[in-house]
Design a binder for this molecule. Structure first.
Ligand code: DGL
Length: 269
C-alpha cells in the first residue's frame, strides 16, 4: 500500500519518521508546501485553497491513502481530501484526541497548536463530542514553529517561550497535553519540563502512524494477494527547493534525505 503524506513544509517528517518505524514496507509520497509555509497564520479560506491544490497532486500520484500530517490542514480542510480520495484519509486531530482521552485521568486536557488550528477549535470540539465532561484548555504557540525549524529545541530561549505559552495550561492543572502541530514533538523536552512531572504529552505523529498501521492491516485482510509486496519506494516533494528542507529533514527523519523533487501545484478543477 502507498500513502501520501501532506504537510505545509518540513514538519510532517515527524509523521514520516513514526510511519517508517511502524510500517517499514510501505511506500510514501511526501508533499511539503515549502513555497507557502507557514499555514498556521493564514485564513481558513487560504488554507482550503492550498489543500485543493495538494489534492490534485495526490490524485495524480495515485496514492492508496492519504495522511494529512499538517494539523492546520487537518483542522480546517480535511473534508476536501475525504470527499475526493478513494481510500483512507487520516488527519491528525482524531487520533490525537483518542489518545489524549485514553491518557487523561483527571479529564483536564491541554491542546497547543498554530493560531489557525486553535481558532478552528477542531480539537476542543472533538474532545467535547467524545467526552463532554473533559475540560479543555487551548493555547496557540506560533513561535514554536520557527524555533523548531532553526533547531533551537533546548536552552533558555525555547524554555522562556514555553513558560509564557504554557502558563494557562499549568494554571488549569491539565494532566495531558496534545502537541497539535507537526513541529512540537521536537520541543517535547522543553514542553515536558515546563509542564512538570505527571503530565503526559500526546504526540499526534505516533497516534497517526498507529492508525495508518491499523488501516493497512484492514486493507491487507480484505485483499487476496496474488503478487509479493513490492519493495517500498519513497518520493519526497516540495514546492520550493531553495530552502533548507533537505538539511532540516535530517533532524526530523534521523537520516539523510536524497532525491528531493521540486513540484508545481495546480488547483483541482
Ligand atoms: N504543519 C503546521 C501544523 O502542523 C505547522 C507549520 C505551519 O504553520 O505551516 O499545523
Amino acid at each position: 500500500m502507498s500513502w501520501g503524506v501532506f504537510d505545509s513544509g518540513v514538519g510532517g517528517l515527524t509523521v514520516v519518521h513514526a510511519l517508517l518505524e511502524r510500517l517499514p514496507n510501505t511506500s510514501l509520497v511526501y508533499l511539503g508546501d515549502t513555497a507557502r509555509v507557514p499555514y498556521g497564520i493564514r485564513s481558513v479560506e487560504t488554507v482550503r485553497g492550498y489543500a485543493r491544490e495538494a489534492l490534485r497532486f495526490f490524485l495524480d500520484a495515485a496514492v492508496d491513502g492519504l495522511i494529512v500530517a499538517c494539523n492546520t490542514a487537518s483542522a480546517v480542510a480535511l473534508d476536501i481530501f475525504e470527499e475526493a480520495i478513494d481510500g483512507p484519509v487520516i488527519g491528525v486531530v482524531v487520533p490525537g484526541v483518542h489518545e489524549a482521552l485514553s491518557e487523561t485521568a483527571t479529564h483536564r486536557v491541554g491542546v497547543i497548536g498554530t493560531q489557525a488550528t486553535i481558532r478552528s477549535q477542531a480539537y476542543a470540539q472533538r474532545i467535547r463530542e467524545l467526552s463532554p465532561r473533559t475540560h479543555v484548555v487551548a493555547a496557540a504557540c506560533p513561535l514554536f514553529v520557527p524555533l523548531a525549524e532553526e533547531g533551537w529545541i533546548d536552552g533558555d530561549v525555547p524554555r522562556l517561550v514555553a513558560a509564557r505559552y504554557l502558563a494557562p495550561l499549568r494554571e488549569a492543572r491539565v494532566d495531558t497535553v496534545i502537541l497539535g502541530c507537526t513541529h512540537y514533538p521536537l520541543l517535547a523536552g522543553v514542553i515536558g519540563e515546563e509542564m512538570g512531572e505527571g503530565v503526559t504529552l500526546v504526540d499526534s505523529a505516533s497516534a497517526v502512524a498507529r492508525e495508518a498501521a491499523r488501516r493497512e492491516t484492514d486493507a491487507r485482510v480484505a485483499q487476496v494477494r496474488t503478487a509479493p509486496t513490492p519493495a517500498p519506494q519513497h518520493r519526497f516533494c516540495v514546492t520550493d527547493g531553495g530552502g533548507s528542507f533537505a538539511n532540516v529533514a535530517s533532524l526530523f527523519l534521523g537520516e539523510r534525505l536524497t532525491g528531493l523533487e521540486t513540484v508545481e501545484l495546480h488547483p483541482h478543477p
